[in-house]
Design a protein around this ligand. Structure first.
Ligand code: IMP
Length: 440
């Protein structure tokens, strides 16, 4: 297996960190290819919990290179802190590499994120994580961004920081923000952490392709999820990067012919943070139970996540768009108190809307426009639940590679509806709390 791509099939927070950590046992490198510290990946090893925002989840495994790829945006201060925290907990970070083409999030990007969000009225607010992700990608696409490699060229860096501060002050001022940015302060702060950053800065595509040529196995770890993707997500309530298989190539510098396996991670129910329509959202005691039992509060912002039934229209479209062959189903234990569970398999549209848009009244693909999505009504199948299982019962299923009664029917329905094989079923946050169903 040369390259495995791992992606979220919903609105992020599917449990990708845990699955990445599990798969990293057989990998030589784990690579992030998009996003920045808007992500929050939680990994539990025994009694120890690690919360990672920018460092790839592979860092916890000894001997695995953890690469922050070309397509990422890196807040150097957050990275520096995360590296120091890991070191203080006995995790070596000597294998963490930052692509010299990755863009750097500057303090003014964070402020611009806040001011831009405040200037959006009511329902047009995106609900960003406020980490400066969007403004940093704006500078990247505007060809004025600062890349990690610029740290090696002090006079070029100074020129770029001065321009960045000037432009950001002008935009902030125009949007009613009181802020002016001092380039000398930014440059001084950058110099203070260069020692921890510059030696890790490498030509990541060259490094990764050399590894692959020598027979290495590489895991490409997506952040956020399909429906936060800038192209196919619920635009404009999306992040600023592409969370798709295609970008695993573009954002890492590894050609797609190396990709042999694409794994989608789906939570057994659906959650989303921030704004935007959510067809299977539950504003009742079941949604509340999912939030409490599933600890559905953002790893990055601590915001409560909106919760609802599993929506297979989302997962099916994600499978199709990303060539997903396998699914990892997470947090199945969270639903175990329910006697019955519902799964959305299709959306119903009002006849008049369907006629106007040239669509059938029942659709199976995720709609491309939010106005259409707002009119979609979920069509549910109701299945028997799987009941609460003791630790020993779960462990017995794990060692046999079987599923509890009820959960087997849930998994079969998913496989039939989305045409992908469920190969991993997770029933708790720990590394070991996973049933492997074959295929890996
Ligand atoms: P941004 O990525 O901070 O610009 O935020 C844009 C949208 O993506 C907001 O709705 C965020 O809540 C959402 N978002 C960004 N990163 C994550 C994530 O890792 N999990 C879930 N939602 C996210």
């Amino acid at each position: 297996m040369a390259c495995t791509v791992l992606l979220g099939t919903q609105w992020g927070d599917e449990g990708k960190g845990k699955i990445t950590d599990l798969l990293a046992r057989d990998q030589d490198a784990v690579v992030r290819f998009q996003g920045g510290n808007n992500a929050g990946h939680t990994i539990v090893v025994g009694d120890v919990k690690f919360k990672l925002h920018i460092v790839p989840s592979g860092v916890i495994r000894e001997g695995v290179a953890a690469v922050i790829g070309d397509g990422c945006v890196v807040d150097p201060w957050v990275l520096d802190k995360e590296l120091r925290d890991l070191e203080s907990r006995g995790i070596s970070t000597s294998n963490v590499v930052v692509s010299d083409r990755a863009h750097l999030i500057m303090p003014y990007h964070r402020e611009l994120d806040r001011v831009q969000e405040a200037s959006r009225a009511g329902s047009s607010r995106v609900g960003t994580t406020g980490r400066g992700i969007g403004p940093c990608y704006q500078d990247k696409m505007g060809r004025t961004g600062i890349r990690a490699s610029d740290l090696r060229y002090p006079s070029l860096l100074e020129e770029k920081v001065r321009k960045g501060c000037r432009d950001a002050s002008a935009i902030c001022g125009a949007l009613g923000g009181p802020v002016t940015f001092d380039p000398d302060e930014v440059l001084g702060k950058l110099r203070a952490l260069e020692g921890n950053l510059v030696p890790r800065t490498r030509d990541a595509p060259a490094l990764l392709n050399d590894m692959l040529d020598r027979g290495a196995r590489v895991l490409l770890e997506g952040a956020q999820g399909t429906f936060l993707d800038i192209d196919r997500g619920t635009y404009p309530y999306v992040t600023s990067s592409s969370c798709s298989t295609g970008n695993a190539s573009a954002g890492s510098g590894i050609g797609p012919s190396w990709f042999e396996r694409v794994i989608g991670v789906s939570k057994a129910y659906t959650t989303r943070v921030g704004e935007g329509p959510f067809p299977t959202e539950l504003n009742d005691h079941v949604g509340e139970m999912m939030r409490e039992v599933g600890r559905e509060f953002g790893t990055t912002t601590n915001r409560p996540r909106r919760c609802g039934w599993l929506d297979l229209v989302l997962v099916r479209s994600s499978v199709r768009w990303n060539s997903i062959g396998e699914l990892a189903l997470t947090k199945t234990d969270v639903l175990s108190t329910l006697k019955e569970v519902k799964v959305c398999t299709e959306y119903a549209l009002p006849r008049e809307t369907a006629e106007r848009c040239g669509l059938p009244t029942v659709i199976r693909d995720f709609p491309s426009h939010l106005e259409l999505l707002k009119e979609c009504r979920p069509i549910y199948r109701t299945l028997k639940g799987w009941g609460e299982l003791s630790k020993e019962e779960w462990e017995a299923h794990r060692s046999d590679g079987t599923l509890p009664q009820g959960l087997d029917g849930y998994v079969s329905l998913i496989e039939r509806e989305v045409l992908a094989a469920v190969t991993l079923v997770s029933y708790g946050p720990g590394r070991e709390e996973t049933i492997e169903l074959g295929g890996s």
